[in-house]
Write a protein that binds this ligand. Structure first.
Ligand code: WAQ
Ligand code: MG
Length: 256
């Protein structure tokens, strides 16, 4: 039994449009420091927010799920078309039909919202039929309530830096991908950023780990997102979404 952990989440927006968000799972004595970090982060983007919401919820006492961070591999493929073809192969190995993997790439390229453009959350896609299964196809499913376990972020940062991976986006994407890879019904995930300056993406699964591709989209492209592939047969949407949005998960770093 564990007590005293809090979920803290920040959302910054301007004129109703989302600018940035971040979240942590922390101890009570860390609240002041993290509120200050998140506030600084909200103001760190070029676009200044006119609204910042910071929410703090005590996590119900009880066991917290701990998962070991997925192993990270960087693909040597650096040209866009070959990287996408390699990502399709990685997803296929995890059980995604190749045509579905290609459709997911085309969807992120176009902007995955049903109205076009980016989503705040993830698409949930049947790995065999390509059918979209998320409840809201404009917003998507927002993965929440996950963080590094205390001390794990520093160890991960050191180890990833030794492999040449210094960007905070890599560390953040790895924790999210580790939570997602263990969701009920999920077999794989595909992601690349919507940030025009950040071309890296990944294909992740519990089976094959986190495979990074330094270039999964063209520089300057403003569309991106996340597609979570699920086994459609017997898929329990409510259970999966509840886990992604609400189950607190701490990620450990047990590697060198
Ligand atoms: N839950 C679900 N979907 C999310 C979440 C979340 N918590 N956060 C972001 N997304 C979706 C949303 O559609 C965004 O538009 C999209 O993902 C991209 O978000 O170097 O930086 O924060 O190994 O721009 C991947 C490669 C970087 C990192 C991903 O994503 C690496 C990245 P971004
Ligand atoms: Mg972004």
């Amino acid at each position: 039994m564990e007590q005293g952990l809090f979920s803290i989440r920040m959302r910054a927006s301007a004129e109703g449009k989302h600018i940035s968000g971040a979240e942590r799972i922390i101890r009570r004595e860390e609240i002041d420091r993290i509120v200050s970090d998140l506030r600084a982060r909200a103001f760190s983007k070029t676009r200044q927010p006119d609204r910042i919401v910071i929410t703090i919820d005590a996590l119900p006492p009880g066991e917290i799920t701990r998962l070991s961070a997925l192993p990270v591999t960087t693909s040597p493929v650096t040209d866009l078309e070959n990287a996408r073809a390699a990502a399709v192969l990685v997803l296929q190995q995890a059980g995604v039909t190749p045509a579905v993997a290609r459709a997911a790439i085309a969807l992120l390229e176009r902007g995955p919202s049903v109205y076009g453009g980016n989503m705040r959350g993830a698409v949930i896609m049947s790995a065999c039929s390509g059918r979209r299964l998320e409840p809201d196809q404009e917003r998507g499913v927002r993965v929440s309530r996950f963080d590094w376990e205390q001390g794990a972020m520093d160890r991960a940062e050191t180890a990833l830096a030794a492999a040449g991976l210094n960007h905070f986006r890599t560390r953040e994407a790895l924790v999210l991908a580790t939570k997602v890879a263990h969701a009920p019904g999920v077999i794989a995930e595909l992601c690349w950023s919507d940030d025009p300056d950040y071309t890296a993406g990944y294909a992740a699964s519990a089976q094959n780990g986190y495979i990074r591709f330094p270039r999964l989209k063209s520089a300057g492209a403003t569309t991106g997102g996340r597609v979570v592939f699920v086994q459609e047969q017997g898929f329990d949407q409510q259970l999966c979404v509840e886990y992604l949005e609400r189950t607190p998960v701490l990620i450990t770093w047990d590697k060198e």
